[in-house]
Every structure is written in C-alpha cells, then in structure tokens.
Design a protein around this ligand. Structure first.
Ligand code: NAD
Length: 509
C-alpha cells in the first residue's frame, strides 16, 4: 500500500507580459487553506471593530503616507506584472488609491456614525430611532488583473475602515501586486489576519465563496460573475458584482472632432484597451465622421508602444496571448464584414509575443462581435450614424451597461443624452474617468453588474444598516398592544380619518 500519496498542487505564475519573464510561481491556496484564512480573519474581526473608526482612520492615513512614499516602486511592480505603462500605473492605480484613502480619512467617521431618525408617524412619536452601521464581519474580495492595485485596494480600504476583516483572492496573473498591497496595509498597522491575501486561480476563488465569509465583492467578467451569482445565491451570500462593459462613445454633430478624437484614442488604448470602462465602440454623426476617423487614425499611429517601464511608452502589451487571440478574432470578423483598417490590425512580434498595434476600424457593422462582445484590447471600432436617435438606439442595443460617454458642445444636451443611455455611469465630454472620482458611485446596470463601489455608497455597502428604536415614555399601555375593542376600533378609525383624510391632519402629520 502506498503510504504517502502525492496530492498535485496547482500553481499560478506571475509573468511580465512585456518580456515573458517569470517573476514568481506560487502554489494556489486550496480549500482548506482558504477556510483556515477565513477562520483566522473571523477570530480577529471583533477586536478590529472595537478599535473604532477614529483609530482605523489613523491607520489609513499611515497607509496613505507609506503608499505615497513608495509610489514609484508600486507603479513599477504594476507595470512589470500587468504590463501597463509606468505613468499610467501612477495615475490610474496609485493616485486612485491615494484619493480613495483621502475620501475615507475625511468622511468615514461622519458616515459610519450613528444617525438619529425622526419618526413622522404620529403613533410612533413616543419612540426615537437610530441607524447604526455594523460591519458585515469578513468580506471576501475577488479581483481581476487589469487594475491589480486600485480595484482591490479601494474596496479593501473601505471594508477595513468600516471594521471588517478582508480576505483577498487576487487574479492569478497579478498576485505580487496584491502582496505589495498587503505589506503596505500591515506596515501601516492593519493586523496580519485582518487583511489576508490568498493566491490562486478560479478554484481558489470558488473555495472563498464556499467559505464562511459574510459578503463578497467580485470584479471580473460577466461569465464568471454569472457563475458567482448562482453560487452566492445558493447560500444567500450578499454580493456586489462589478462586471464587464461594452462602453459606447457618441459624438454629436456639434462636438469638437479634434478634442473628441483625442478622447477616443485615450479611452480606447489606455491599458492597451484592457479596461472595463474603455471606449469599446464609437458612434459618430455623419457630419463629423470623416474628420473624426482621420484624426483618430493619425493620433493612434503616433502612440508609442513597448515595455511600459520606459516612461515614454503609452501602450503596453496585452496580459496574455489568449487575450490577444480574442482581439484578433474580433478584428478579423469585423474586416470580413466590411470594416476598413485605418491603422494597426496586426501583432507586433518585434516587441514581444503579447503586443498588438493600436487599431482603428472605420465603417464597422453593428452586428459584428466587435460591436457586441467585450473585446478588451487596443481597438477602436467606429460607425457612422445619421442622427442622435440612431446613436442612442445603437448604444442601448447591448446586454452591457457599465459606462458611456457623449461628446457635444451643448452640456445640457449631453446630460440629457447621458440619461437616455442605459448605463450605471456616464461622462459628458470625457471618458473612462468615473472610477477615478472617489465620490462617484461606480457600478453597472444590465449584465454589467449589481451594486456600487466607491464613495459614500461604497463605504456604506460594507456595513449592515441596523435600525434601533427606543421607547422614551415607558407608558403602561401602547396603542398597538392588546386589548382591542369596538371602542378602540372606532377611535382609531376617527383618528385615521382626521390625520389622513383631511388636509389639516395631513399637514399636522
Ligand atoms: P475573470 O472573470 O476571468 O476573473 C476575475 C477573478 O475571478 C480572478 O481573480 C479569477 O481567478 C476569479 N475567478 C475565475 N473563475 C472563478 C470562479 N469560478 N469562482 C471564483 N472566482 C473565479 O476576469 P479577468 O479576466 O480577471 O478580468 C477582466 C474582466 O473583468 C473583464 O470582463 C472586465 O470588464 C472586468 N472588469 C470589470 C470591472 C468593473 O469594475 N466593472 C473592473 C475591472 C475589470
């Protein structure tokens, strides 16, 4: 009989997508390890809660200070592991987290404080109410690779300052950035078991959902999100789902084509197009179309592509070859159905295996995959539209609804159209920026997700809202209590008629 059976250990590799260099290989946390981590977090959470919001805010301030001090190291690590250009890592990862910390430092105490509640119901005037925010307990976070620092960090700091413990399962592609986040939080004073990172793949994430966590914040693709929604529903686990997008950009007849084209090129090629909020499809009024597509092609050609560690680089590699094949398939199909390639449309093997040229496509057919499915790559597909109505109809003809952007010189018209687009967020005369504005609640409608992160809603989403009602009179009998009688019934009827059946009563109420 064999005595020591070898259980195969799953591993994940952290690889620099610009060079192919393996940065580190890690064993995936198995089910037992995940459960043990959650047990450890639960054991210390109550103590962390007792520390109180003022002290937790002080720890957050120290985290902010340390992050600011180590900003270059953190940004370089993000570039090495996720491929995004260094300047972009500073702006869209480090700066976003510094600002999220600023918001919580300024507001967490006030937002988490008990809140008195006035009772309007005359029958309840002898009671006073209070709303209390209680942390969920242990919050699980499952995060993607495309914003490997800002997404888990902004969610984690909100959860922590509210008094929760956090167990983070980062993307299998970006574990090292998650460890860096842990080391900054621990150095700032967050106890080790209050914030833990469990490296691993989808199975590790599934184990986290099956563990004893009290809430899950998931960010990732719609496909994984649907699976997670089912698994969470089976155990009534509250979840926030931040899923994919297919964000439309609409350029109206009164827009500045030069400005809008610069916005489109940034919005489509930032993070090599691997952003949930990136400009994934563009609808341009026919009066501006030719000038707009020519400007986009010219500006896309000028982008500097390469290893993002060089601060001059504007577009880095894709995260892995599978992602690149998805982009290629979308472009090929679009071209086979009439799209014109104005620039790009090819791999850049001289730079490395995961590089794809910034690509501008004109005259794209709305029925192609590139206009319907998330492409998640450096491609800007553009369509000509007759009028605003057609643009809005195309924008809304999508199962996604994350972000959207409208370009017009008339801001009032822009806001009106932003309201007509089915999306969780919208921007007028810029794009992408919603996530970076801490005060702005972020999330999607339709298949782009459930719930919101960031700002006040994001912080309060890390807590149960408990209502406490206190009687302040102590009378021997209450209107609602027994006994009931015919006399009481007629008295109540008269009282209801006076209060809700007359304008004086309604005014008094
Ligand atoms: P993904 O869905 O493949 O993976 C996301 C995370 O889920 C990873 O940590 C992964 O290991 C884990 N996972 C995979 N299968 C799982 C399972 N069965 N159970 C539990 N966890 C599982 O997504 P990705 O490729 O890492 O990220 C890209 C996607 O994320 C895109 O669709 C993008 O639009 C979306 N995204 C959305 C937002 C947003 O805020 N709405 C932000 C960034 C990215």
């Amino acid at each position: 009989m064999p005595t020591n059976v070898q259980v195969p250990v799953r591993t994940v590799a952290s690889v620099n997508p610009a060079s192919g260099e393996v940065l580190r290989e890690l064993a995936c946390a198995g089910e037992e390890e995940v459960h043990a981590a959650v047990v450890r977090s639960r054991a210390v959470q109550a103590q962390w809660c007792e520390v109180g919001p003022r002290k937790r805010v002080e720890i957050l301030r120290e985290f902010q200070r340390l992050l600011c001090e180590k900003k270059s190291d953190v940004a370089r690590l993000i570039t090495r592991e996720a491929g995004k250009p260094y300047v972009e890592a500073l702006l869209t990862e480090v700066m976003v987290v510094l600002d999220a910390a600023r918001f919580l430092i300024d507001n967490a105490y006030g937002l988490l404080r008990d809140e008195p509640v006035d009772h309007g119901n005359l029958a309840m005037k002898t009671k006073v109410g209070r709303i209390v925010r209680e942390p969920y307990g242990v919050i699980g976070i499952i995060s993607p690779w495309n914003y490997p620092f800002s997404i888990p960090a902004t969610e984690a700091v909100a959860a922590l300052v509210a008094g929760n413990a956090v167990v983070l399962k980062p993307s299998e592609f970006t574990s090292l950035v998650a460890f860096e986040l842990a080391s900054l939080l621990h150095a700032a004073g967050v106890p080790k078991d209050v914030f833990q990172v469990i490296p691993g793949d989808g199975a590790t994430g599934a184990a986290l959902i099956g563990s004893d966590i009290d809430k899950l914040i998931f960010t990732g693709s719609v496909a994984t999100g649907k699976w997670i929604a089912q698994a969470a529903a089976a155990r009534l686990l509250p979840v926030v789902l931040e899923l994919g997008g297919k964000d439309p950009m609409i350029v109206l007849d009164d827009a500045d084509a030069e400005v809008a084209s610069s916005g489109a090129v940034w919005g489509a090629f930032v993070n090599a197009g691997q952003a949930c909020l990136s400009v994934e499809r563009c609808y341009v009024h026919r009066s501006l179309y030719d000038a707009f597509v020519a400007a986009c092609a010219r500006k896309a050609k000028q982008l500097r592509v390469g290893d993002g560690l060089n601060p001059e680089i504007e577009v880095g590699p894709l995260i892995h070859e599978r992602q690149l094949r998805n982009v290629e398939a979308h472009v090929e199909e679009a071209v086979s159905r009439g799209a014109r390639v104005l620039t790009g449309g090819t791999r850049l093997p001289d730079l490395g295996v995961d590089f794809y040229a910034p690509t501008v496509l004109a005259d794209v057919n709305h029925e192609t995959r590139i206009m319907r499915e998330e492409t998640f790559g450096p491609v800007l597909p553009i369509m000509r539209v007759r009028d605003v109505g057609e643009a809005i109809a195309y924008a809304n003809d999508s199962p996604y609804g994350l972000n959207a952007n409208v370009w017009t010189r008339n801001r009032r018209r822009g806001v009106q159209l932003a309201k007509e687009i089915q999306s969780g967020c919208a921007v007028v005369n810029d794009c992408m920026i919603t996530y970076g504005i801490t005060e702005s609640p972020f999330g999607g409608v339709k298949q782009s997700g459930i719930g919101r992160v960031n700002g006040e809603q994001g912080l309060l989403g890390m807590c149960h809202t408990k209502s406490i009602v206190i009687d302040r009179v102590g009378s021997r009998s209450e209107l609602l209590w027994f006994p009931h009688s015919a006399r009481k019934a007629s008295w109540v009827k008269r009282a209801l008629r006076v209060i809700w059946g007359t304008s004086l009563g309604r005014w008094l109420a």
